[in-house]
Design a protein around this ligand. Structure first.
Ligand code: OOG
Ligand code: MG
Length: 264
């Protein structure tokens, strides 16, 4: 159990959440201690948390969207999409294990990933203009690891916790977005070779490019933009599944290849 500060501030909330991550100790939602934590303040906590990671040497390499599919929104009980920040520390190469000893209670989810060729700045970004800025589309598996007990949180809690961000894998197939219809691009999720779930790109805001536009437009409200070269995770297509050490999880896509991960 982490020590709760007597006065809650953006700094102390960021400190508590980083500490939970570092010590692998999940905690109750920050909003239980700090009911005044609203969404705007929660994004400031997220900014502070990322600033501290950057001060420790991590590099910002992209943005992720969370809760962009109905499957995710229903499971988490939060029905609004959100954004969070990806750093180089989160990247895992396919073939390397999910390091269970570094994590609290990891779950994985398949995602459609964009790599940006051009800077994308809102407001007013549409799915079309968003897709025009994309250099390549890739398959991904995100490893989420909420710092909250049982992944129970409100929207400000999960925003402050950088949307449960932990690690992610990218598939090695890179496709030009004009070659694919992402609405019908399907992912079949398998554990130990048996299908556990499936979804198409339509599950992600109707089209993953809608999620990308949403990210650009919501970051613009905070004076931020998506930078060229950044990786954008558009959000879990299916519900996330728990990682059981030694049991491989595979996301098999129609055109984007497949990504295999295993906890160790
Ligand atoms: C929050 C993170 C959500 C997604 O893709 O929807 C997310 C959570 O589910 O713990 O990464
Ligand atoms: Mg995700």
């Amino acid at each position: 159990m982490s020590v709760a500060p007597t006065t809650w501030t953006i700094e102390s909330a960021a400190e508590v959440l980083l500490n939970a991550e570092e010590t692998r100790c999940d905690r109750h939602p920050v909003t239980e201690d700090w009911p005044g934590l609203d969404l705007t303040t929660a994004y400031l906590v997220q900014d502070e948390l990322i600033a501290r990671k950057v001060a420790q040497g991590e590099k910002v390499i992209g943005v992720k969207l969370g809760l962009t599919s109905v499957a995710k929104q229903q499971r988490m009980g939060v029905n609004s999409p959100l954004t969070a920040v990806l750093t180089d520390r989160m990247v895992l190469e396919e073939g390397s294990p999910i390091p269970m000893a570094e994590l609290i209670h990891p779950r994985v989810e398949p995602e459609i990933v964009f790599v940006l060729g051009e800077r994308l700045e809102g407001p007013g970004v549409t799915a079309e203009t968003a897709l025009a800025a994309v250099r390549s589309v890739r398959a991904g598996i995100e490893v989420i690891d909420s710092r909250y007990i049982d992944f129970k949180f409100t929207l400000p809690d999960v925003v402050a916790d950088n949307a449960s961000s932990s690690r992610f894998f990218l598939g090695d197939v890179e496709r030009d977005p004009s070659e694919l219809d992402l609405v019908i691009e399907e992912c079949v999720l398998k554990i130990d070779g048996a299908e556990v779930d499936r979804a198409t790109g339509a599950a992600v805001q109707g089209h993953p490019a809608e999620a990308l536009a949403l990210a650009a437009n919501s970051l613009a409200e905070r004076g931020l933009a998506l930078e060229a070269g950044w990786i954008i995770l558009t959000g879990g297509m299916t519900d996330a599944v728990f990682v059981e050490p030694g049991h491989p999880i595979v996301a098999e896509f129609t055109n984007l290849g497949s990504v295999t991960v295993v906890g160790e």
